[in-house]
Design a protein. Structure first.
Length: 259
């Protein structure tokens, strides 16, 4: 465990585990580092670094404007505090949006980049439907959870995996912080910065992802130099959990290519 101090004085909690080359794992919107609990062990041989986004977990929860660019600056504060000059970065969902800024604006800090189930955002990205947005905006928490789980996992997987689930958001977040996360993710727009990414890039996506449509994978791959996309058949948004055997191996193979 560690605590980094962001530029605005916000304390950002982070977690280190294992030994080896550093690998930063970035979670989705309104989630803490527990997003990675089911698959963190897949990256044995790495020193994995996770963090609690501001507003979540053990990090401070300032009621100020949040942005994906600002979250990227928080990640840099964590790397500085941990004494890590450069690392591989694997970001999923909103974490993938943050990872885009990291690689574009801090190229010397990112060795290889993996973007999972994410989007360039705003007018260029393919966003979820209005029907899904309305369903997720309902007041009933149980109803929202049911919709979200259906977007994350196939019915067959849910039937055989009764939980706990790690992608439903940090329940300890205050309402204002959850809203700040939503606005930050919705306002993400890295389109103009994507061609500046220097790191070799792998893009992963579930073919049946309706939360962040799979068309974003090819869109990112054509916009980022030296990028390639791999779309997993039948997978939904949380491909990294349900299809972890395939997905984690794809990431490991990419981070350590055979000569």
């Amino acid at each position: 465990m560690g605590t980094a101090l962001a530029a605005d004085g916000t304390r950002v909690a982070y977690q280190l585990d294992g030994e080896g080359p550093p690998l930063v794992l970035l979670a989705g919107q309104a989630n803490s580092h527990h997003w990675w609990d089911p698959v963190r062990a897949d990256f044995g041989g790495y020193r994995t670094i996770t963090l609690d986004w501001r507003g979540t977990g053990d990090s401070d929860r300032p009621d100020v404007v949040y942005s994906t660019e600002g979250f990227a600056d928080d990640v840099i504060a964590v790397l500085d505090d941990a004494g890590i000059e450069s690392a591989d970065v694997y970001g999923t969902s909103m974490g993938g949006r943050v990872a885009q800024w990291l690689a574009a604006r801090y190229p010397q800090r990112v060795r290889r980049l993996v973007l999972g189930c994410t989007s360039p955002g705003k007018k260029h990205g393919h966003e979820r439907s209005h029907e899904i947005r309305r369903a997720l905006a309902q007041a009933d928490q149980a109803g929202r959870d049911r919709i979200l789980l259906d977007l994350m996992y196939t019915p067959a997987w849910l039937a055989n995996n009764p939980g706990p689930y790690y992608v439903l958001g940090d329940r300890t977040m205050p309402t204002y912080a959850r809203g700040r996360h939503l606005v930050a993710s919705n306002n993400h727009d890295a389109w103009d910065e994507l061609p500046n990414i220097k790191a070799p890039t792998l893009i992963l996506h579930g073919a049946d992802d309706l939360f962040s449509p799979a068309a974003n994978a090819d869109l990112l791959a054509t916009r980022i130099p030296d990028a390639r996309a791999h779309v997993l058949p039948n997978a939904r948004h949380a491909y990294f959990h349900e299809y972890r055997t395939i997905a984690s191996q794809l990431v490991r193979d990419f981070l350590n290519p055979t000569p």
